[in-house]
Design a protein around this ligand. Structure first.
Ligand code: HMG
Ligand code: MG
Length: 298
């Protein structure tokens, strides 16, 4: 059965911008975050407390996190791969963080410079520290439907890593099709394996649209009861350690689909589409949301 409402996790300020080669002003990032909140988005991944050597575009994480104007009812979250990142994020008053692992050994090494097992060892103290500070932790698993280095990834491997993150205390596990290679039956098979260990309402879908399958895959997992979806306005983005990966499903496109299905999101589609038009012009990128382009042409 389809969920009655869906919570969108807007990742454009982080996943959407992290791979941009030219530095983007902090002011532009702050305006993006503000416009997303004004459009009714209730959860915004605002920054990433990672090494600036690894991801230069996120080097202004402190200024973003402390500079944003908080709206009531909106959660502003940040990625924190280790204790160093977490401490920096806590010092900025972050209310929620995320750790990010992978279902592929090679991707784990390329992305966070350690094995899957080492990453889990590293996340345990991050969770402990965050919890003692009253900060909730979300967990990501990358490469759930394929890896740029290893190819196919077994659903059992995804289930194993997801379970470890959940048991460690992540309140929600976001399943990342990092390179957007999945198709609907594969997405369902993967979700079936993961949801054997974790309740469906503790899972989120984080699907990239590299092969144009994100909406089809999301429809498939919505049917299974997924009610949290990560998306990026204008379909911005890509992962620096997954060559050729495009952005997440465009927020405008998934909201349009959900509206059509009668599933509540609380989001103002026109304001969201305006935000997509504005940010793509501001950073000189094409708008990868079909709905955004169609609405702008009206
Ligand atoms: P490392 O080199 O193994 O770390 O990197 P280290 O502990 O040896 O430290 C090396 C240097 O980094 C030191 O500085 C540290 O202080 C510094 P130096 O002494 O050389 O001057 N450092 C840090 N600086 C700032 N913040 C930190 C931090 N930690 C260490 N938190 C590390 C390990 C994890 C830090 C590195 O690999 C890294 O930053 N990786 C991040 C990669 C990344 O951000 N990828 C994109 C996000 S994941 C993604 O997009 C997928 C997702 O969207 C889901 C999906 O689509 O599937 C989530
Ligand atoms: Mg991603």
């Amino acid at each position: 059965p389809f969920p009655k409402s869906v919570r969108l996790v807007e990742v454009a300020p982080r996943d959407g911008l992290q791979n941009e080669p030219e530095p983007i002003d902090t002011v532009t990032k702050l305006e993006l975050i503000d416009r997303l909140g004004a459009a009714g988005i209730r959860y915004i991944e605002a920054a990433s407390f990672v090494s600036p050597k690894w991801v230069p575009q996120m080097a202004d994480h402190r200024d973003v996190m402390t500079g944003l104007t908080r709206r009531e009812g909106v959660t502003y979250a940040a990625l924190t791969p280790n204790l160093k990142g977490l401490e920096a994020a806590l010092a900025c008053g972050v209310e929620e963080v995320a750790v990010f692992g992978a279902a592929s050994e090679t991707f784990s090494h390329k992305n966070i410079n350690c094995s899957i097992a080492e990453s889990l060892e590293r996340f345990a103290p991050v969770l402990e520290r965050a919890q003692s500070a009253g900060v909730r932790v979300r967990g990501y698993v990358s490469c759930v439907l394929g890896c740029p280095y290893e190819g196919e990834i077994a659903p059992t491997k995804v289930a194993e890593v997801s379970k470890a993150l959940y048991e460690m205390g992540c309140y929600e596990v976001s399943l990342g099709d990092t390179i957007g290679v999945g198709t609907p039956f594969a997405a369902k098979r993967m979700l079936e394996a993961v949801s054997r260990n974790i309740p469906m309402d503790k899972l989120a879908a984080h699907f990239h649209d590299t092969y144009g399958q994100a909406l089809a895959n999301l429809y498939a997992v919505l049917e299974e009861g997924i009610a949290v979806i990560d998306s990026s306005v204008a379909g911005l983005g890509g992962c620096p350690y997954a060559k050729g990966a495009s952005g997440n499903v465009a927020s405008e496109d998934i909201v349009y689909l959900l509206n059509g299905l009668g599933i509540e999101t609380g989001i103002d589609l026109n304001r969201l589409a305006d935000t997509g038009t504005w940010i793509t012009q501001a950073i000189g990128r094409p708008n990868r949301s079909k709905v955004g382009v169609a609405l702008a042409a009206k």
